[in-house]
Design a protein around this ligand. Structure first.
Ligand SMILES: Nc1nc2c(ncn2[C@@H]2O[C@H](COP(=O)(O)OP(=O)(O)OP(=O)(O)O)[C@@H](O)[C@H]2O)c(=O)[nH]1
Length: 209
């Protein structure tokens, strides 16, 4: 996973956005992918955070540009700025969340994101559904079968992931890159780079490539 200036010159650009309810593990997934790290107490995202990572996929060099959006409802209206320019979206839910428990039913919220992208997103967008926290099998509330059936009906690529153990995290990012036919132009929102906790500078700044 070398991120070199040489690789960047001829890299295929893949812009993507992570969407999903708060606390589902969007930031944890991208930090696992970009930095190979996991924090038990990951701070909630404010606005959105930007990451980039250049990797080899099937002997091609691919530069991932990733917008990690904030899951809190108050930031929902910002999301179109990030998903409109994205070639791919990863919609994340937490396999342990339930309609009966707080904070929320993140699988239902994931379906709402899919509907919104189907109506308002880029029609050629590649979408993946990630059932995160699959290390918490004993707390599972959403079965893989239910999620896979939904994904199949809606043409989504589906994997269960764990940012904690790293299961399927790289695969989720790589598989989408393989599904994109050719280089996709990125249309990141001009002038918008909202990062997590800019005051401490530790999170987004250290990940931006
Ligand atoms: N056990 C387990 N915990 C996880 C996993 N992924 C994330 N977490 C934990 O879940 C909490 C929320 O993770 P975040 O990555 O901040 O979630 P988010 O979706 O980015 O949340 P917002 O920024 O509020 O939208 C943190 O305490 C993480 O440590 C996972 O795969 N397994």
């Amino acid at each position: 996973m070398a991120d070199t200036a040489h690789n960047n010159l001829n890299a295929k650009l893949v812009s993507r956005v992570l969407l999903g309810d708060m606390g589902t593990g969007k930031s944890s997934l991208v930090i696992r992918f970009v930095k190979g790290q996991f924090l038990e107490f990951q701070e909630s995202t404010i606005g959105a955070a930007f990451f980039s990572q250049t990797v080899s996929v099937n002997s091609a060099t691919v530069k991932f540009e990733i917008w990690d959006t904030a899951g809190q409802e108050r930031y929902h209206s910002l999301a179109p700025m990030y998903y409109r320019g994205a070639a791919a979206a990863i919609i994340v839910y937490d396999i342990t969340s339930s309609v009966f428990e707080q904070p929320s039913d993140s699988f239902a919220k994931a379906k709402k994101w899919v509907q919104e992208l189907q109506k308002q997103g880029n029609p050629n967008m590649v979408m993946a559904l990630a059932g995160n926290k699959c290390d918490l099998e004993d707390k599972r509330n959403v079965t893989a079968e239910e999620a896979r059936a939904y994904a199949d009906e809606n043409g989504l690529f589906f994997l269960e992931t764990s940012a904690k153990t790293a299961v399927n995290v790289n695969d989720t990012f790589y598989e989408i890159a393989k599904k994109l036919p050719r280089a996709q132009p990125t249309q990141n929102p001009a002038g918008m780079l909202l990062v997590d906790r800019p005051a401490d500078g530790s999170r987004a700044a250290s990940c931006c490539g």
